[in-house]
Design a protein around this ligand. Sequence first.
Ligand code: GZL
Length: 342
Amino acid sequence: MKKSGMMLLLALAMTTVAACGSGGSTGGNAPSTGEKPATTTETKSNEAAADKKIVLGFSQVGAESGWRTANTDSIKSAASEAGLELKFSDAQQKQENQIKAIRSFIQQKVDVIAFSPVVESGWDTVLKEAKDAGIPVVLTDRSVDSQDDSLYETFIGSDFVEEGRKAGEWLVEKMKDETNVNIVELQGTTGSAPAIDRKTGFEEIISKDSKFKVVASQTGDFTRAKGKEVMQAFLKAQKDIDVLYAHNDDMALGAIQAIEEAGLKPGEDIIIISIDGIKDAFVAMTEGKINLVVECNPQFGPQLMDIIKDVVAGKEVPKRIAVEEGVFPMETAAEALPKRTY
Ligand code: GZL
């Protein structure tokens, strides 16, 4: 009995070892039902990592203009398309709200932070905090004046100086037979990259001929309401305005209301040049109320998601990525309007 029992135990033990042995390289318990061998911890973590959604923290300037709304729509839809988890914050055009949002993203340990800086200055401290936390930052739409470009991976946005030059070059040609041109300027948000650079580019061109005079220049903060208010003040203070140069369409559209309420014809009594290219500006051009729109494309959401995936994958990305855009004189508006997408 004893001997046969021992033989039985030995046979059982042999079967168990063989079964384990046939578990292949994993060394785990080979299930006898012929299923795939259980993955190791390492394999599981690789699979989990591959499935983990990239978490993007995005701080948006606000909702001040048609351009901004289109930009937000582009980023939200592109993030959803790309399968990213988006944490979105609207700063209502306040830098302190953007800094708070970036600090919150750092605490939440997001994978990437992206933002459109409402103004150029005052970002080094919070960007260093993100860098110290090992979280890469991508600048979108507007840049910062930091001397340390290791604080961000890349900047994707328009060339605002070039936009200003395009506005100036069109005006020089338009006014070639005039001897004296009085210009009023509605600037964007004070201290913002588009306001600074659009002014720089425009002045670079018109300053070559002293017949062009900027007789008044003030911020309309990129909004329709403020654009109307400041244009009303210009009309009261200036006896002879030939041209309005508005840093965005929303301010131009607000100014048009003020010009009409003053009994003048926008686009005729006062030539109007604007930047962005929102649909309402194209409609105004078809009505003869705006003479030129320089495009500033807000729909770079898909490009942004590609960059973010490259950054997370540790790939090298160019420090500067420009957005393509055109120039639309009023004569081209009717044909272009049906094709406009923002
Ligand atoms: C430009 C963007 C500007 C738009 C405005 O890229 O930052 O801000 O021109 C918007 O319409 O408010």
